[in-house]
Design a protein around this ligand. Structure first.
Ligand code: CP
Length: 313
């Protein structure tokens, strides 16, 4: 594995999931001693920050963290510009310097939700790939969140009760405009996994066809939930009407009544979650909820990915 930016960076998904589960049950070899992981955050994080640090420490790595949004200055990302404005350093220089200090770099950079073409170019992530000279791990980019998706798949493998479960990704309301990274990535990974994937959302919330081509879309949430083995809830803002909130319809909130339409489905959400907006307390606090095992598996998705990258150094 050279970088970990999407599902396309793994050639065998089953073996990656199996190795993560093996590391979880049998222990982690300290193959990262004398190696340093740099975690570069352009946006806040709770789970990604802590779980990736814990994963690196399990492998014996040292970890340094920089919050570029709080501790750094504004980086220029455009090529060939006269830097006489508010950007103090070019990303090509900053990434190259960080690459001198670290053996592997993780980068989190969210979209602006203002300019779709710019966001979907994933410019910050790809600048690090281009200029750092080190393996890059996406800690959630403008359009994907692969460490989350791998943790989600590990969780589904651990909790499925049928060989090919029905997995439903459902849009749910939220007061703020959120990126499409988690649903894009979840769809991309589930398409490669042995699951029956259905995506349900109100009209206007279609994700990019680059991700959903060939996926079953059902605009009736109740119909989508019928027979489901896993319900994965997430809000996202509109892709077509880019970055806009088109609906706050509370009838899309996941409730115990909606979960009763399923095949005793497990409930999943990547967190952080707005309780009683996305999903009710009754569902989140029920035995059907997998939010904590899912968050725990963030450590194991990061561990197996860092291990694969260390083995390729
Ligand atoms: N799920 C997730 O990535 O959580 P954080 O934003 O807290 O890292």
């Amino acid at each position: 594995m050279q970088h970990f930016l999407s599902v396309h960076d793994t050639d065998n998904l089953s073996s990656l999931v199996a190795e993560a589960r093996q590391l979880k049950s049998a222990g982690v070899p300290k193959i990262g001693q004398d190696k340093t992981l740099g975690l570069i955050f352009f946006n806040p994080s709770l789970r990604t920050r802590l779980s990736t640090q814990v994963a690196a420490q399990k492998l014996g790595m040292s970890v340094v963290v920089m919050n570029v949004d709080k501790d750094g200055w504004k980086l220029e990302t455009a090529e060939g510009v006269v830097m006489d404005g508010d950007t103090a350093e070019h990303i090509k220089d900053a990434a190259a310097v960080m690459g001198q200090y670290c053996d592997v770099l993780g980068v989190r950079a969210f979209p602006t939700l203002k300019n779709r073409a710019e966001d979907y170019s994933d410019r910050i992530l790809h600048s690090f790939v281009r200029y750092a000279g080190r393996p890059i791990v996406s800690l959630e980019s403008a359009i994907r969140h692969p460490l989350q998706s791998l943790a989600d798949l590990i969780t589904i493998e651990e909790h499925k009760t049928v060989a090919r479960p029905k997995v439903v990704l459902t849009w749910a309301p939220h007061p703020r405009a959120l990126p499409q990274a988690v649903p894009n990535s979840f769809v991309e990974w589930m398409k490669e996994a042995d699951v029956d994937l259905v995506v349900t959302h109100p009209q206007g919330y279609e994700l990019s066809e680059d991700f959903t081509k060939g996926v079953t879309i059902e605009h009736d949430q109740n119909r989508a939930f019928a027979g489901a083995d896993f319900i994965y809830a997430k809000n996202w803002s509109s892709y077509q009407d880019y970055g806009q909130i088109l609906s706050r319809d509370p009838s899309w909130t996941v409730t115990a009544e909606k979960m009763a339409l399923t095949n005793q489905a497990k409930f999943m959400h990547c967190l952080p979650v707005r309780r009683n907006v996305i999903v009710t307390d009754a569902v989140l606090d029920s035995p059907q909820s997998l939010i904590l095992p899912e968050a725990e598996n963030r450590t194991w998705s990061a561990t197996v990915v860092l291990k694969r990258l260390l083995e390729s150094l």
